[in-house]
Structures are given as C-alpha cells and as structure tokens.
Design a protein around this ligand. Structure first.
Ligand SMILES: [Zn+2]
Length: 474
C-alpha cells in the first residue's frame, strides 16, 4: 500500500508525466504503486474503479498543463464540461476523499485555473495549494513535491496517534478484596493485617498499615518465579559487590535466604493489532575522489582525497504486527516493565488462593494509563522493525502512523523477590526480577567514598586544564 495517483491528459502534459513518475519512483524506492488512467479499464463502473485505486493512495496529483483547461474534443466542446470526462471524474472523486491529499501540479508554466472556470464538482481544486514543475528547475521542483508527499504520509504528526477513541476491553472480573495500605508510600497489599511486615516491602520504612476493602481487577494469569531464592541471593551479593560507592560494611552484609520475600506485582497486559505505515530514508555510502588544498612545507599544494558521501532515497512501507502480553506495571510505586510473554509459560489462575504464601500487590494504575505505556513500547518496537526493513548502509525513520485495533486486556501477576537490608537505623530495598534475575536496589552511599570520588574528579579536571593551558598559552 501507499501509492500515488497521477491524473493527466496525454495530449496536454504527457511529456512531463513520464519523467515525473520515473523520478518519484527513484526517490520512493519500495513497494510503490503508481496509477494513471492506463491502469484502469474503462468500463461501466469508472467511478468505483477510481475509488478502488484511491484506496491504495495517499496522494493524488492532477497534472495541469497549459491546455488542460480548454482542451476540446472533435466537435469543438470543452472536454472538462462533459460529466463523464475521465479527468473530471478522477478529480471529483479524489476531492471527496478526506484520506487522500490532492496536490495540483502546474506543468511547464501553466497557471492555476480559477474556480469560476471549473465545473461545479471540481471547483474546490482551485483552493488547493499547487506546486510548479518546469524543465529549467526540475530537480528543485521534484524535491519540493517529494517533501509534500512525505508530509502527506505522516497524516498524523505525532508518533502513533490514535484516530479516535479506543475501546480498552478488560477481559476479567472486578472483585472486592480486603487490602492493607502503607501510610508512607501508599503501596497496597492484598489480604488483612496479618500480612503486614514490620518494614514496608516496597518503601522499606517502618510503616503504619490501614485496612480497606478495595475493588480490584481479578488477575487472570500468574507467572511463577523462574529464579529460585538461592540464585536471587547470589544476584544480590553481586549487585552489592559491584556498588562502587556503597560503604564497605554494607557491601559485606550477610544476606539471609529466609528474609527474601516473593512479591507479586499486577501488570496490565494488552493484546493489540498494530497497523503501521512509515516513511523514511535509505542511504547508500559511496566515495568520491576530490581535489583538496593542503599546506606542505609552507606551500599550498593540491592533493586528491577520498571523500565519503551518502546517497539518500525516500522509502515508504507498512508493518502489520500483533503484540501479545505487552505489559505495563499497574502499581504507581514500581517502575514499569515491558515484556512480551509466551502464552505457554503462563499458568492460569483458577482458585482464589493464588500466591498463597506470597505478598500480592493491588492494582493502582488505571488501564488507560497502562495502555499509554504499552503504546510507547509498541512504537519503539515498530520503529526498530521499520529501520530493519529500510536496511541500506544507513537508515532513518521520519514518520510512523499507527492504528491500534482489537485491543484487549488482562491482568497478570509477575514475580519479584524483595529483600529489606537493615543497615544502621534504616532499611534498604533490594529486588530481583523473578523472571529475568535482574537485580536492582536502593543502596546507601559512603560519605568517605563519595568525597574521594569528587576529589579525584577535581584533580583530573585540574590536570586537564593545566595541560591545555601549558599547550596553548606557554
Ligand atoms: Zn511503604
């Protein structure tokens, strides 16, 4: 998909059309579809044939030559005045479409007809911004047209903007459950007060807990931890040993496996059909030999040097992808994680005692906000695919337009190991992703080490400044 419809009269601007379509084809390398009257079999349903061709197009280019307006048939009548004149039919059909950009092209010094000179159904053509092409400024004119075409491609300027509202369907039930919430960070845990720990498992501070009854989305899936506790402890030890600025006694803390708590964090996950169209540039590198003036022994001499250049060509393309189980964390206090999941590895939650011995957090993020995260993730993926599709020595993606369809959502519980390390009077939260084994943590900084780091940085900058001064000013 993504083509250009060229409309013209052979005996008016036929000479320009061949050159123009060849040049545009060169710039728009890819699956280009060009239409002109030759591609349409003249039959009884001419209008629907034009409609069909326009379905495949972004841009409609009526080429207007010097004779376009007044050209007559054998009996001396103006062709444009016939209701079934094919050029008039093409233009009136294109003007009715809101999804097709109409750019009149004035060829060889022709000027734009006024609306009074045009039949009723194509009067609107006179209001469209026209571009000129002449043989004298050909490359410049075609470049300008090419940019206008790229602009028409990105109908919606912002990345992945939605055409209208999307119905975010949550497949699942809402249930009322008792929860307790931390007075300090607001984290909500499912269950009653016996689930409470002395230090909050999310903010690692001594919290007051309050009990509530909350309406929550019942998780449809639960993903069991793939990383066992002993492995998690190894990951955390490594995290500590690699923390440059942590105090030494913190780095050497004994981490006890029994203090590791499995925490399940709810994630909204979406299944989305994303249909994208993109425009971009493909670059081919080449080298040229060029003369260059250089100074040699106080004299100016000319040398031949190899200079690297890139030849850019415009590219259009489309990508249709289905994203399944693209998730956004549904807790405000936990960083969003995005993963594509494998259906097979999910265990379906059947009873209400899921994750019985673990801590299960309650949903806090609205499904609409989670979907914004999900879209950002999808857009990043699509941009990557587009870059790969463009290939070439260099590639650039200018614009992507994505339509999201058939969006459905489920709630899934993902496992994380939480460890509160007590140090001084405070607790520090260390976590391990239960699926990937990635360790992360809130780690104290040693004042002495931080001081040393700053001092060494100042010394290095000082030496550097002195060297520069010595080289240039002494
Ligand atoms: Zn807390």
């Amino acid at each position: 998909m993504s083509g250009i419809f060229i409309s013209y009269r052979r005996d008016d601007a036929g000479g320009y059309v061949g050159r123009l379509s060849k040049d545009l084809e060169h710039r728009l390398r890819g699956d280009k579809v060009f239409f002109d009257i030759d591609d349409i079999k003249i039959g009884d349903n001419f209008v629907s044939a034009i409609e069909e061709a326009l379905d495949e197009c972004y841009v409609f280019l009526p080429i207007i030559g010097k004779d376009w307006l007044d050209i007559e048939d054998a009996s001396g009548n103006r062709r444009l005045d016939y209701a079934d004149d094919f050029v008039r039919l093409e233009i009136s059909t294109a003007l009715r479409r809101t999804d097709v950009r109409v750019i009149p092209i004035l060829a060889g010094g022709a000027s734009m007809p006024g609306s009074a000179q045009l039949p009723e159904d194509i009067k609107a053509l006179a209001q469209r911004n026209a571009l000129k092409i002449t043989n004298q400024s050909w490359d410049y004119d075609v470049d300008k047209l090419f940019n206008a075409i790229l602009q028409a491609m990105g109908v919606s300027q912002s990345f992945g903007e939605l055409p209208g509202e999307i119905d975010l369907k949550y497949i699942g039930e809402w249930i009322e459950r008792p929860t307790i919430s931390c007075s300090l960070c607001g984290a909500e845990i499912l269950g009653s007060s016996e689930n409470q720990t002395e230090l909050c498992l999310i903010c690692s501070r001594r919290s007051k807990w309050s009990s509530n009854i909350k309406k929550i989305a019942n998780p449809a899936f639960i993903r069991s931890a793939q990383i066992p506790p002993d492995e998690s402890i190894i990951q955390l030890r490594q995290l500590l040993s690699e923390s440059m600025l942590a105090p030494d006694d913190f780095k050497q803390l004994e981490l006890e496996e029994e203090l590791l708590k499995l925490v399940f964090v709810p994630h909204w996950c979406f299944r989305v059909d994303a249909d994208s169209e993109y425009s971009g540039k493909k670059g081919t590198r080449y080298t040229v030999k060029e003369p260059r003036k250089v100074a040699k022994d106080g004299e100016e001499v000319v040398e031949i040097a190899s200079v690297s250049r890139v030849d850019w060509h415009g590219v259009f393309g489309s990508i249709d992808e289905t994203f399944d189980f693209c998730a956004g964390a549904s807790m405000s206090s936990i960083k969003n994680a995005h993963t594509d999941f494998d259906h097979e590895e999910l265990s379906v939650h059947r009873t209400s005692d899921y994750a019985a011995d673990s801590v299960v957090m309650a949903t806090q993020v609205a499904i609409e906000d989670a979907f914004i995260e999900c879209k950002n993730y999808i857009n990043e993926k699509i941009e990557k695919i587009a870059k790969e599709e463009i290939s070439g020595d260099e590639s650039e993606v200018d614009k992507i337009r994505t339509i999201y369809r058939s969006v459905t959502s489920k709630l899934i519980l993902l496992p994380r190991w939480h460890y509160i390390a007590s140090y001084g009077n405070d607790g520090y939260l260390l976590t391990v992703d239960g699926l990937t084994g990635c360790a992360d943590g809130d780690i104290p900084t040693s004042k002495v080490k931080a001081g040393l780091a700053i001092t060494s940085a100042i010394i290095i900058i000082g030496i550097f400044a002195f060297t520069i001064y010595y080289i240039f000013f002494s």
